[in-house]
Design a protein around this ligand. Structure first.
Ligand SMILES: [Zn+2]
Length: 265
């Protein structure tokens, strides 16, 4: 169940969360962003589709994205984020209190995220994986924090840093892309395009929940995201697609299925 905005915000900001086997709420997939709206823009269609298929999907934002030019207060941005999560069908959204605009890969930031991985025990982590020149440098810091936290999550003999939370080994990690100008090629090593045609409207509706970030004079962002998803999708034979990079080679067992070939001809 999605908790109310204020409860989640208060819980995440003020209450240390300790591992409790009886009340443990696990997630299959966690997407990590530097700011609320990163995950929606980079992989919102995929998250919606995974949630629709019955998997438990969560989003962790390392910061609340505040201050930001268009928002009257952090409460408003947090409320927008939880409405967006609900729109995607995401089961859980956690907004950490690391500092926006001053996000740095640090031991404390790595541990803060690794604790969330130990609590929610995802099988798959989807994170940022590239620099975003001429946009926020927080994204690249988030990429490094996420890489480290995936590793820290499984380290034994270090429980003093993790409130006694049990170690957790994450099975797979992939990167999503925010590079709308040049990143949607689908041609890099270990890149693949995921078909989000069915959930693209849901993705756009989630992005539009950020009313303070995308007022009418920024409506071009919606067109840009739609265009990029369309280019990525068409390149792979879909209406809309999102580009991911796997940290390991992507294997194939059913070549026809992988190549979108119909066995019946
Ligand atoms: Zn961002």
């Amino acid at each position: 169940m999605l908790q109310t905005t204020r409860n989640v915000a208060q819980l995440n900001r003020n209450t240390p969360v300790y591992f409790n086997k009886e009340t443990m709420e696990t997630l299959d997939v966690i997407a990590v962003g530097a700011h609320p709206d990163d995950c929606e823009i980079g992989c919102g269609g995929t998250l919606a589709e995974l949630a629709k298929s019955g998997l438990r999907v969560g989003i962790i934002d390392l910061t609340d994205g505040e201050p930001t030019p268009g928002s009257p207060s952090p409460d408003v941005r947090i409320a927008e984020a939880h409405t967006a999560a609900k729109t995607l069908g995401v089961a859980k959204r956690v907004i950490l209190d690391l500092p926006n605009r001053r996000l740095f890969d640090s031991f404390e930031a790595r541990v803060a995220l690794a604790k969330q991985f130990r609590i929610f025990r995802p099988r798959l982590v989807i994170g940022l994986g590239e620099k975003t020149p001429m946009a926020s440098p927080d994204h690249w810091q988030a990429a490094q924090i996420t890489d480290a936290a995936v590793f820290y999550s499984r380290l034994t003999k270090w429980s003093e840093h993790f409130d006694g939370l049990a170690v957790h080994k994450i099975e797979r990690q992939i990167y999503y892309s925010l590079m709308q100008e040049s990143g949607v090629t689908g041609n890099g090593p270990n890149q693949f395009v995921h078909d989000v045609s069915e959930c693209h409207q849901q993705k756009m509706a989630a992005i539009m929940c950020y009313k303070t970030q995308f007022p009418p004079d920024k409506a071009y962002v919606f067109e840009k995201v739609t265009a990029m998803d369309s280019i990525a999708g068409i390149a792979a034979g879909f209406q809309f697609g999102e580009v991911f990079t796997s940290t390991k080679s992507v294997g194939s067992r059913d070549l026809f299925a992988t190549l979108q070939l119909d066995r019946q001809g």
